[in-house]
Design a protein around this ligand. Structure first.
Ligand code: G3P
Length: 216
């Protein structure tokens, strides 16, 4: 499973990219706003930090506006993935932009039928939002499972990019049900390494090494 980091904070991205564990980045207008920096400038900087896809989202809601913004975003760097909302205009724009060779991430997916439409529109990635479904008492992971089944039934190439990941358990379940990619905030990705028995075991090994005067 590929790991994307869901942030527009370039310091966090640089730190995680240095681990070699990050395959791409996702942003959205809320994350760009949080960075307090100009859109094009922050996307260009992120694209230089990672080799993989960097999702940059349009803010237009009509087809012509999305195409104009999508083409502008795609020119920033060749690893830009244009992020489009899951609306009829967004799907139409997806078809056009992917036809031009631009990678597209169709976002704000909350149902299996929406994911089916995105695949038919040629989306490179579909972004189902797990946490936001869980927030309203629905099962976000069940949606990932349904999309996996549908895409496998028809051999769609669209990659399932599980988004709105809030916990380490979300990450594990995504891997178990076969999401292609998961995107999570830096803190969630960093927390995956934690285990109290690892800390305890390391403490004992180091204490024993010190006592015995072991040097490597
Ligand atoms: O980038 C979209 C998604 O990951 C947002 O997550 O936590 O705001 O629902 P969240």
């Amino acid at each position: 499973m590929k790991f994307f980091v869901d942030t527009a904070d370039t310091k966090d991205i640089a730190d995680l990219a240095a681990t070699g564990l990050i395959d791409g980045v996702t942003t959205n207008p809320s994350l760009i706003a949080k960075s307090g920096r100009p859109f094009a400038e922050v996307i260009a900087e992120i694209c230089a930090l990672v080799d993989g896809p960097v999702s940059a989202e349009v803010v237009a809601t009509d087809y012509d506006g999305m195409i104009k913004e999508g083409r502008k975003l795609a020119k920033i760097a060749n690893n830009v993935t244009v992020k489009l909302p899951l609306t009829l205009d967004g799907l139409k724009a997806c078809k056009t932009l992917t036809g031009e060779g631009t990678q597209v991430n169709v976002t704000l997916c909350f149902s299996a039928n929406q994911a089916l439409l995105a695949a038919k529109a040629g989306a490179t990635f579909i972004s189902p939002f797990i946490g936001r479904l869980d927030d309203i008492n629905l099962d976000g992971m069940e949606l990932i499972q349904e999309i996996r089944q549908i895409y496998d039934n028809y051999l769609f190439d669209t990659e399932i990019l599980a988004a709105s990941i809030r916990t380490p358990n979300h990450v594990k379940l995504c891997a178990l049900v076969g999401a292609d990619v998961m995107t999570a905030p830096p803190a969630v990705i960093k927390s995956l390494v934690n285990h109290p028995l690892t800390d305890k075991g390391l403490e004992t090994f180091l204490a024993d090494a010190k006592k015995a005067g072991i040097k490597v």
